[in-house]
Design a protein around this ligand. Structure first.
Ligand code: CA
Length: 231
């Protein structure tokens, strides 16, 4: 399976937070929940979510402040944010969008409406997450049938190698540290030694390189690994 997108739900109403978590998980997302604005910033830092669903009225730090601070940080600068607002004043919505929220949904909302909006935001902002097919140089990944080809050759990968390649192909050229790959592929709640990444990268390379094919994975000393765009 390609790694499911990770959604951070920031909502202080426990019943609504539970309902959101339940429905988002049913939809195939991985979900973290934060119950106030300060916790949201901590969890966002740790979990590196692909998308944030952010309530406007929150204890400790209001949603608009959380939004502003997520936008100010390097690693969450481009993370899509969908705001939940009970307010109907147009000026508040506009303020939210001005501060970098990607969309807003007014409470009360239907779950199907919210899910549709989230899917739309994902497709718009991180097309890699919603795409069935990834292409990088001569490597083509079909994420539905879980098949990988290099040129005309079928590449056989184990599930972990598949997920690593999926992640690298979503961000071609970008260097990932072992820790970032661990978080992205295994999840931050699992303890795996950083060396394990090297082992799986080794297997991935072996599967991708047959005969005189070049090595598409660049090792960046003391930094990590990247998939080269012109592989
Ligand atoms: Ca609230």
């Amino acid at each position: 399976m390609a790694k499911a997108p990770h959604v951070l739900v920031v909502e202080d109403e426990a019943a609504l937070a539970d309902l959101l978590k339940y429905n988002l998980e049913k939809e195939g997302y991985r979900v973290s929940v934060a119950n106030d604005g300060e916790e949201a910033l901590v969890v966002a830092d740790e979990a590196k979510p692909d998308l944030v669903v952010l309530d406007w009225m929150l204890p400790k730090a209001p949603g608009i402040e959380v939004c502003r601070r997520l936008r100010a940080r390097q690693d969450t600068r481009n993370t899509p944010i969908v705001m939940l607002t009970a307010r109907t004043e147009e000026s508040d919505r506009i303020r939210g969008l001005d501060l970098g929220a990607d969309d807003y949904v007014t409470k009360p909302f239907s779950m199907s409406e919210l899910l549709a909006r989230l899917r739309a935001v994902m497709r718009r902002i991180r097309p890699g997450l919603a795409e069935d097919k990834l292409v990088c140089g001569d490597i083509v990944m079909d994420r539905v049938s879980h098949r990988v080809k290099r040129g005309e050759r079928e590449v056989h990968l184990g599930p972990t190698e598949f997920r690593i390649l999926d992640h690298l192909m979503q961000h071609p050229g970008r260097v990932f540290s072992r820790e970032q790959l661990l978080d992205a592929v295994w999840g931050s709640d699992v303890y795996v030694e950083a060396r394990t990444v090297d082992v799986h990268i080794g297997r991935l390379r072996k599967a991708l390189m047959v005969g005189d094919e070049n090595d598409p994975i660049r090792t960046v000393r003391s930094a990590g690994y990247a998939l080269d765009v012109d592989a």
